[in-house]
Design a binder for this molecule. Structure first.
Ligand code: ZN
Length: 437
């Protein structure tokens, strides 16, 4: 997708958000998030709708649900925390003619620490354990800060409510990584690593990011320090923390972490398999990187079958009309399937693009087109797809992401789990024989 096309999607999103004049989101931020969706293979329309919903503020957590400090995102409101005041200072500021006292310092919980600014006197002291509701986060000079304002409520609570902030690393397996975990220790094999330069507070810094795995799964990592890591290394990394993006866990670590290189045969690449996960677990985890689920197809959703895309922006178009480029004569045909699958523990959405759909159903787009032409009815295609998939059990592998619509797996591969291929071939062969005779 070209940059122009991305810009036109961003225009759409900004347009959709223009009614909510109090919601401010910058073009840069939208673009950053949008590109991230594309990187993970999320279809553009889906990404667009998700961002519109997100920035309309539909996604705010309900009151009462506390989030770990390590998971705080900039420009969020309605944040609830259970934390300790690690330190606090005050300062006089002049706003207009008025002098007022503000307070600033550091808050901490078991996942990490964050700077805060209190815009009024909440009568809090160093060491207090606080239940904070309705705080908001802002990014300032590259750091996220918590703001405690007029609408914030704070209650002091007991020490035991907050587990002692522990800096002693605990060993985890990748399948157990959850957003907000701090002081994490993992033994992993590096499957992929890339160096890139980023700007932090006006100066260039190298970051190392990639994918690593153990026998329970794969995760992303970002190291802010050069530990001389190479693809194939097996390491014990101790002292990182976990952040997730749409359910995909990522371990973040820097020079404060310790990294020890171990025998590279300690974990063999062949033992790092795609993790097969019960659907309820994937949904609770809000997604995962390169996971596999097996379930029964309980719904073939609207938007499946042969679709037409605008050749300029690849939006799905209807009645030869692209919402951006107007009338389109030469739309590109494509095929995809949107499913809901259920494994008895839960259900999940799945999106199968052209390549995966063609392989799973054993029929190319051109063959599907012929089916549609023959019967002069597009619905034949969707009917046939329903017959082939409905109530069958399939394995789907890919990245699972979560958003307001639930958890969706973007299929990289899909296979039937319940069809005896040999049997099917026999049947086909017999049918052919009968036709020939
Ligand atoms: Zn278009």
């Amino acid at each position: 997708m070209t940059d122009d096309n991305i810009q036109s999607y961003i225009d759409d999103i900004l347009d959709a958000l223009s009614d909510d004049s109090d919601k401010k989101v910058s073009r840069e931020e939208l673009e950053k998030e949008f590109k991230k969706f594309l990187e993970y293979g999320v279809p553009v329309e889906h990404a667009k709708q998700t961002l519109i919903k997100k920035f309309r503020g539909d996604t705010e957590r309900p009151m009462g649900e506390r989030i770990p400090i390590a998971d705080i995102q900039p420009d969020k409101t309605g944040i609830n925390l259970l934390c300790r005041v690690i330190n606090i200072n005050s300062r006089e500021i002049t706003s207009g003619k008025e002098k007022r006292k503000i307070f600033y310092g550091i808050l901490g919980d078991e996942s990490g620490t964050i700077g805060f600014t209190a815009w009024k006197d909440f009568n809090i002291e160093k060491g207090d354990i606080l239940e904070i509701s309705n705080a908001y986060a802002r990014e300032w000079q590259g750091n996220i800060r918590i703001n405690l304002g007029e609408r914030t409520r704070i209650e002091k609570t007991d020490e035991e409510k907050l587990a002692e902030i522990s800096y002693k690393p605990r060993e985890y397996k990748i399948r157990d990584l959850r957003s907000g975990l701090g002081a994490v220790e993992l033994i992993v094999k590096i499957l992929d690593i890339k160096k890139r330069e980023v700007e932090v507070d006006g100066s260039k810094k190298s970051v190392y990011s990639g994918i690593f795995g153990d026998e329970t799964g794969k995760a992303q990592f970002t190291s802010w320090h050069d530990f001389d890591l190479k693809k194939g290394d097996v390491i014990r990394v101790s002292g990182g923390y976990v952040k997730t993006w749409r359910g995909i866990p990522q371990l973040i670590f820097d020079e404060k972490a310790t990294v020890e290189k171990l025998d590279s045969n300690k974990i063999l690449t062949k033992d790092i398999k795609t993790q097969k996960i019960p659907i309820h677990e994937l949904v609770e985890r809000h997604g995962g990187l390169d996971v596999m689920v097996e379930g029964t197809v309980i719904e073939i959703r609207e938007g499946s079958g042969i679709i037409t895309r605008c050749p300029k922006c690849s939006r799905v178009i209807q009645d030869q009309e692209c919402s951006v480029h107007g009338r389109i004569q030469d739309g590109l045909q494509d095929i995809r399937v949107k499913l809901v699958i259920d494994d008895g523990t839960g259900s999940i959405n799945a999106i199968l693009g052209r390549e995966v759909t063609e392989k799973l159903l054993g029929k190319t787009l051109d063959e599907w087109k012929k089916t549609a032409e023959k019967t002069k009815n597009k619905d034949t295609v969707i009917e046939e797809i329903k017959n082939m998939l409905f109530a069958h059990t399939i394995n789907i592998q890919g990245n699972a992401l979560s958003d307001e619509y639930g958890t969706t797996i973007i299929a990289k591969n899909a296979e039937f789990a319940d069809i005896d291929i040999n049997n099917e071939f026999d049947n086909l062969y017999h049918e052919l024989e009968e036709e020939i005779q």
